[in-house]
Design a binder for this molecule. Structure first.
Ligand code: GCU
Length: 619
């Protein structure tokens, strides 16, 4: 069963929605989702692999003629063939040559590696050689942690796979393309923003292009574990349940799940689809929580394959307006964070980048982080697991996308699947978010409600949310009427009272009428240029930003069902839409910390509130 296909059992409206979807997708232009399939190997970072990180040759093709034919389809005789110009005899092939091309680092966005590429959006070709010795009875997959935005892969001149989406991993089987000795891989990455893309043409973050995360070669036995789910049984919390999926398994293959530290072992058998479900009684597990982020080594054996993972076990659910972690009310003292490296800018792609961000989270006494607005490098969730920081993870449906286009739903669905499949094993991830600040109309609501249902179908052990637009109702009472809230387990509300509307002191008189569900203020913040000081009513000063938070906490403390905060944003970040010279200079300045790591006054204020921990103590 390839992981893209699934049974559809749904109420009538969903059937109509999917009916049109299938009809449309059958006759739609082949989108990436229908191109050569890639897969996603779970816990790939726990598998033996050969890193292909490092120096790659690159060639830029601003018009994309080396990649797309006149009909827009990918050419098979482009740079993917890695030919070399004929120096003698008749001219052959195209006029390019990777062997003498400049070098660029992988992982890494290209924008911050070469000033000429800083504002470049388009096609950039990557190429590198590598030695490989195929082993009998073994398969090989090319693992790409992320590539923004569309990517096309060739190995030894064979077209291998494509992928659309800049923030989730994909794995492509290359067993048949590899040979012993010298091999080469060519990857075209096209960072062009698309109206039918996700995100679409506009987003308030920098469109860093390239192979932004790790690239490696993963070798696995013929039949191997490509997906699994090991979770604490919700509510009863008296055992572990889940499944293991073995790719290319024969029916009845024994699968053993072993958790030595908990003295647990169980052997089950695969069904005709290679799936083996299990249910293991377990009463004495130490549950994962911010106070004690306990992880267990989980070992899975299937045939010749062995894979392990470090997994925490915890129960997260909603009870009325409360969020319960392991059965107890929890309050989320958080902040938003973009995946931008502090100090050097560019995409986060190393342990050091991640340690810096978590250092700030710890300083802030946060127990929660909203990784906005897209899945971050897997290192972030691994660190959150170890450090006991709860995570909100989101797919990049940011404000306006083509909600009316079935092929766009296919892309959103694929991104949701990839996000959940990659991080299902992360105890720290408690919330899946399907969108941010999207327009309240029926096409959008239907689109997102279907994603919410799909998220629950894929993972019944986590909460589903979205960040909704600040209610704009006139007067001092802001009433949230967005129908999407009904479908959510937890409602995120973005609020900029005191910055985009009103002044900070006016926030004291504002009241919110919000659904009787757990509410997270998923964004609130004001801009301040670090070191810019002045009277507290002067915008862009640290004093103004501090005053904004002082009044907002007063305003927000009146919301009885508030269960968490995520100030916008931890660190100033690059954005193409922020162009006030001397104040913004291409940065969104709502950070509590400047892009080079300096705390602003508001950081200390929120640090105090979070340290004290009294605010929002769940009643
Ligand atoms: C929006 C949006 C963010 C943006 C922020 C801002 O709410 O969700 O992506 O950066 O507001 O305007 O600063």
């Amino acid at each position: 069963m390839n992981w893209h296909s699934r049974q559809i059992c749904a109420p009538r409206s969903r059937l109509i929605f999917f009916g049109t979807l299938i009809l449309a997708s059958l006759c739609a232009v082949p989108t990436i989702a229908q191109q050569p399939l890639n897969t996603l190997i779970v816990a790939v970072d726990h598998r033996h692999s050969t890193s292909l990180n490092g120096d790659w040759h690159y060639l830029v093709d601003p018009i994309g003629r080396s990649l797309y034919g006149p009909d827009g389809a990918v050419r098979d005789n482009g740079y993917g063939l890695n030919e070399h110009p004929a120096l003698i005899g008749e001219r052959k092939g195209q006029e390019y040559d990777f062997s003498n091309a400049p070098i660029i680092k992988v992982p890494g966005d290209w924008n911050t590696q070469d000033p000429k590429l800083f504002r470049y959006e388009g096609v950039l070709w990557y190429q590198r050689d590598f030695d490989f010795q195929p082993k009998p009875e073994m398969r090989a997959f090319l693992h790409i942690g992320a590539a923004n935005y569309r990517s096309y892969v060739w190995v030894n001149q064979k077209r291998i796979c494509d992928h659309e989406g800049g923030f989730t991993p994909f794995d492509c089987e290359v067993t048949a393309a590899l040979h012993s000795g010298k091999n080469f891989v060519v990857i075209a990455v096209d960072s062009t923003r698309l109206v039918d893309g996700i995100p679409s043409l506009v987003a308030d973050w920098y469109n860093y292009g390239g192979l932004t995360r790790d690239v490696s070669l993963v070798e696995v036995p013929k039949a191997f574990v490509d997906d699994f789910d090991v979770h604490l049984k919700p509510v009863t919390m008296d055992g572990l349940a889940g499944y293991v999926h073995v790719d290319a398994a024969t029916e009845g293959m024994p699968v053993t799940i072993r958790i030595p530290e908990a003295g647990l072992v169980d052997t089950v058998k695969t069904d005709a689809n290679g799936r083996a479900d299990f249910d293991i009684p377990a009463r004495n597990l130490s549950l994962w929580s911010p106070e004690s982020p306990r992880l267990y080594k989980v070992q899975i054996e299937a045939g010749e394959d062995r894979v392990s993972d470090d997994i925490g076990f915890r129960d997260i659910r909603v009870d009325g307006t409360l969020i319960l972690l392991n059965g107890k009310p929890v309050f989320l003292r958080g902040v938003n964070a973009h995946a931008e490296a502090v100090g050097r800018s560019g995409r986060v792609n190393s342990d050091k980048d991640v340690e810096t961000i978590f250092g700030f989270l710890k300083d802030l006494h946060a127990n929660f982080v909203r990784l906005c607005h897209y899945p971050h490098d897997e290192r972030m969730e691994r660190m959150a697991d170890r450090e006991g920081i709860m995570v909100w993870s989101e797919i990049p449906i940011w404000q306006h996308i083509s909600y009316d286009k079935p092929n766009v739903y296919v892309k959103a669905d694929a991104m949701l699947h990839e996000m959940i499949r990659r991080d299902r094993d992360k105890a720290s991830v408690i919330l899946w978010s399907v969108a941010n600040e999207t327009p309240d109309n029926s096409t959008r609501t239907e689109f997102l409600k279907n994603l919410v249902v799909e998220a629950h179908r894929l993972d019944s052990t986590r909460l589903v949310t979205a960040a909704l637009l600040q209610p704009q109702s006139p007067g001092d009472t802001k009433i949230l009427t967005d129908p999407l809230a009904q479908a959510l387990d937890v409602v995120g509300v973005n609020n900029y009272v005191g910055w985009y509307t009103y002044t900070p002191p006016q926030a004291d008189n504002i009241k919110f009428e919000l659904p009787q569900k757990p509410i997270i203020i998923s964004e609130f913040g004001a801009e301040a240029k670090a070191g810019n000081h002045g009277p507290k009513d002067q915008r862009w000063t640290e004093e103004f930003q501090l005053d904004f938070y002082r009044h907002n906490f007063v305003m927000l403390s009146k919301i009885p069902q508030i269960r968490g905060f995520a100030p916008w944003v931890l660190v100033d970040f690059r954005s193409p839409t922020r162009n006030i010279p001397l104040l913004q200079d291409g940065y969104n300045r709502k950070g509590l910390i400047s892009e080079d790591g300096k705390n602003k006054e508001a950081f200390d204020f929120i640090q105090e509130i979070y340290k004290d921990g009294s605010f929002g103590k769940a009643e």
